[in-house]
Design a protein around this ligand. Sequence first.
Ligand code: BGC
Length: 493
Amino acid sequence: MSVTASPPSVRSFTLSRSPRGIPRFRMTVRSSVVSVAPILTKLQKECATPLPVLRHVADAMAADMRAGLAVDGGSDLQMILSYVDSLPTGNEKGLFYALDLGGTNFRVLRVQLGGKDERVVATEFDQVSIPQELMFGTSEELFDFIASGLAKFAKKEGGKYHLPRGRKREIGFTFSFPVKQTSVDSGILIKWTKGFAVSGTAGKDVVACLNEAMQRQGLDMQVSALVNDTVGTLAGARYWDDDVMVAVILGTGTNACYVECVDAIPKLKGHNSTSGRTIINTEWGAFSNGLPLTQFDREMDAESINPGEQIFEKTISGMYLGEIVRRVLVKMAEAGDLFGESVPEKLSTPFVLRTPDICAMQQDNSQDLVDVESILYDVVGLKSNLNARKIVLEVCDTIVKRGGRLAGAGIVGILQKMEEESKGLIYGKRTVVAMDGGLYEHFSQYRSYLQDAVTELLGSEISKNVVIEHTKDGSGIGAALLAASNSKYEHDF
Ligand code: BGC
């Protein structure tokens, strides 16, 4: 963006365009815009992610991974052992359930697996949104809600699904919060993230919490695998493609897991893995080293329910992008009369502007930006002229671009660490990063910024080998597959 010299009351504003971004335009704006211009310029400067910044983030991610593998608490990244040492082979057979708690929705799924030839014979799922009050309630209330949803779903099991006589139904439980695993089917909640503040769960085994709730419901099922959503996604994607080595979630929250050699995990004591490999849940949302942050990020963090935590997540994930934009708009509304005389009450409400609104605004191709106009008015109560709408789009683009590019740098950090360990086995062949989450799925602009950063960092040749593949609902089937491979009953797969 450049602001050209002109009389104080009317200025010429040239907004430059990102390659696939907002159309290039030149416009004439009034004095109020002059007062927001420095805010926008400063924002763009502080959020910039040129190659050296991306490189620093990728290097720091790799270094933090190493430090977290050396000793528990060695870095921001917890590098949690998943106890998943072998990934699905395709031979898995039988009826398995999956339960997925991780964001605004809770999902239950059943799948009948038919082995190498038949693969997924049948699958069904149900989705329930989590009432807001349960996110701030007690542990018992939340787990009772989950267990009752599971009980209702299990009752509807029909003819295509078959459970051998004398067996309990087995569950793969996807629990998408930082958990210190104590085995493949147990783990202690370290802390809640993504706006959950349920009392009485941190420090407890979440499988025990679920078992108690299932007992209260009279539901006789058992958890055979407790997995993070990244681990479920990796397992689900690997079922179809042997080249999958990394899984990333970019949704409400964010995280990544990958396949690690046990020899590269100094903190791993007394854990034997027959495959010589194991899946590590990085919990990269807690990464913070060298991120380009602004006053808006710092204020949002300070007012959050987990200040000082999950800084990478707060910079790149779906829960926060809309809120950062809202904070910038508040500052702009206070600084000038760009949006009218006063700051509307709606605009002052935290989290009222959501990332899907940002996405919808960025997809407005109309000449007068009519969608932007109605979103600004309906969601945050802002009356806007065309100039104001264009500035809002620049703000959105700045925040989305930073998020997508930093996510790309994080992915390269993981690949870099893996390549250093096993020269040629990552960059020298096809390597698939399985990706899930609504932010990545629905936000094409974010996706292309992410891909641009990966290509810039790896160069065009190596990046041809790195395939980022969207795997919708990989984590549900993946958790069921891990329940199968960790079944309590004798099996021949
Ligand atoms: C959690 C992770 C999870 C990620 C994506 C983060 O807030 O800490 O465990 O994998 O969100 O759902």
